[in-house]
Design a binder for this molecule. Structure first.
Ligand SMILES: [Zn+2]
Length: 102
């Protein structure tokens, strides 16, 4: 299935800034519209399928519990997920997992 090309300004990038350390804490950066947003993340045990992560946006008090895996296993606490059943946290973590970065 061919995907429709998105406008360049809507392209998103994720970069692993710091791989998980001995405590499992790492940092990734999401870039959208030339704006970088840094997140600290840590994998947490997940007993209901998929892989669970705590995602904290650096500089703000926002913390999300994000779960990634098969489509039915994906969930996040952010407003984006509530509205669209998908969000940048899931997309970003999935991209990192697919590249075996975490
Ligand atoms: Zn989210």
């Amino acid at each position: 299935m061919a995907k429709k090309a998105k406008k360049a300004k809507e392209r998103r990038w994720i970069r692993l800034v710091r791989p998980p350390d001995e405590n499992g804490v790492g940092v990734f950066c999401l870039r959208r519209a030339k704006k970088d947003t840094f997140y600290v993340f840590k994998e947490i045990p997940c007993a209901i399928g998929g892989r669970g992560f705590v995602v904290h946006r650096v500089g703000l008090a926002e913390v999300y519990y994000t779960r990634v895996g098969e489509p039915e296993e994906c969930s996040c606490e952010c407003l984006g997920f509530l509205a669209h059943s998908n969000c940048k946290h899931i997309l970003g973590l999935k991209a990192l997992l697919e590249n075996e970065a975490v």
